[in-house]
Design a binder for this molecule. Structure first.
Ligand code: FES
Length: 186
């Protein structure tokens, strides 16, 4: 369009009522607008999160294949997340534990969103090892939850610290149930 307008200007084909001076002003403004657009677009583009980042921001987990008593590990923002389909006995034992016995007191109910699922960040709160207890053959510690072999921290079936140097319970990540059998972490 600028070319055709330029061509009109050089051939004297300016529209009636528009002086050559008006035309030059309009052309300059148009080029300025195009120039600003060309600079702003890549800048805005660089501010938008990439598809990789968006994908890592949240993780969907289908709970359907996780059998009763089984745990799975999913990765979310570079961290392992433990999802355990707890048995009625595991839940009952966790709820029967007096808060006075806990190093980092928290009820089991405060650590879950919906029975029978427990969802926690699988990173030991001592120095960051990944505790054992996800596989059926793993050591699960003295409280049948998770055991961190790095320095001997034992977590119960609510992933609360019960013994060893870890100062606090395994963290509960931000997550929501998107249906009866699916959660979104993050
Ligand atoms: S990192 Fe788990 S007990 Fe030290």
């Amino acid at each position: 369009m600028a070319d055709s307008m330029a061509s009109q200007a050089t051939t004297g084909g300016t529209a009636p009522g528009v002086t050559k001076r008006d035309f030059l002003s309009l052309t300059t403004a148009a080029f300025a607008a195009v120039g600003v657009g060309a600079i702003v677009w890549p800048f805005i583009g660089s501010l938008a999160p990439s598809k990789d980042v968006l994908a890592l921001a949240s993780t969907e987990v289908d709970l359907s294949p996780i059998a009763l008593g089984q745990s799975v590990t999913v990765m979310w923002r570079g961290k392992p997340i433990f999802v355990r389909h707890r048995t009625a006995e595991e839940i009952q034992v966790a709820r029967a534990t007096p808060l006075s016995e806990l190093k980092d007191p928290a009820t089991d109910q405060s650590r879950i969103k919906r029975d029978p699922w427990l969802v926690v960040v699988g990173v030991c709160t001592h120095l960051g090892c990944v505790p054992l207890g996800q596989k059926s053959t793993d050591a699960k510690g003295d409280y049948n939850g998770w055991f961190c072999p790095c320095h001997g921290s034992h977590y119960d079936t609510s992933a609360r610290i019960r013994k060893g140097p870890a100062p606090t319970n395994l963290l509960v990540p931000d997550y929501t149930f998107t249906s009866d059998r699916a959660i979104r972490i993050g």
